[in-house]
Ligand binder design. Sequence first.
Ligand code: HEC
Length: 199
Amino acid sequence: MKLAMLSLLLSGMMPWTLAAEPGAADVKAQMQASFQARGQAGMDRLDQDAIQAACSNPEGASAEVTMGLADASRAAVKYPADGVYLGDWRRGEQIAQRGTGLQYSDNPGEPNGGNCYACHQLAPTEIAYGTIGPSLTGYGKNRGSSEAMLKLAWSMVYDMKGYVPCSNMPRFGARQILTEDQLRDVMALLFDPDSPVNQ
Ligand code: HEC
């Protein structure tokens, strides 16, 4: 038996490559078995809403379904009741540069970070940033800050899935990762003429 296994390994043919392709239910069962709840990171993290499920469908997402779900995501955006979209860019910068929050080891009593820098270039002077998302350098300077532009940016940061249904960007408002005030602060980082983003 041992020899048989060894020869399989040596020939590079793992026994499990002989099995059928795993389906969505197998993947879910494997995830359930691999993770354990710890602190604020509960098993409910594995529950997908309709748009996430559509985007992880191994058969591929149907355009009609995902676009319908994206329309629903945009319709669910909550805009600030007082019409004030911009807060303090200095606080916004701290939020953008902080990646803590929501992990099992983080203090749930502390405000979450936005981790924007992990995917976006923000200030042109920055030397360390991720490139999963587009550079946001000059964001407000290049686009102006009309009400329509502010609403569009708010709604993208609130829930990018309204625009790119299978986006990897965290859904900061829809998933209550950031509070309304924190959203205002990161908006100011994007739009305030004094913000390092617009220099
Ligand atoms: C995990 C990576 C990731 C993180 C973290 C992230 N984003 Fe994004 N962001 C993206 C991607 C990718 C796009 C491009 C759209 C897409 O493909 O989803 C994007 C697009 C955007 C856009 C639209 C750009 C345009 O062309 O108008 C804005 C604004 C934005 N992000 C702001 C933010 C802010 C503010 C934060 C932090 C609070 C943030 N993002 C955090 C990945 C990320």
